[in-house]
Write a new protein. Structure first.
Length: 56
């Protein structure tokens, strides 16, 4: 299955996703996006999975 078919099938789903239009993406870009999202989730929820709330 080619990349354009995969992208169009992904767009039709209800699954949350990030995709890049055109041919500008690469595994390096995908890995950087994924690593950034993991870092943000660790900041928001902590590495133990419990929500971290700022002190008021």
């Amino acid at each position: 299955m080619d990349a354009e078919t995969t992208k169009s099938r992904l767009q039709e789903t209800l699954v949350a996703h990030i995709r890049i239009e055109g041919r500008k993406g690469s595994p390096v870009v995908a890995s950087a996006i994924f690593n950034g999202l993991v870092e943000l989730s660790w900041q928001a929820y902590g590495q133990d999975g419990k929500a971290v709330y700022p002190k008021a």
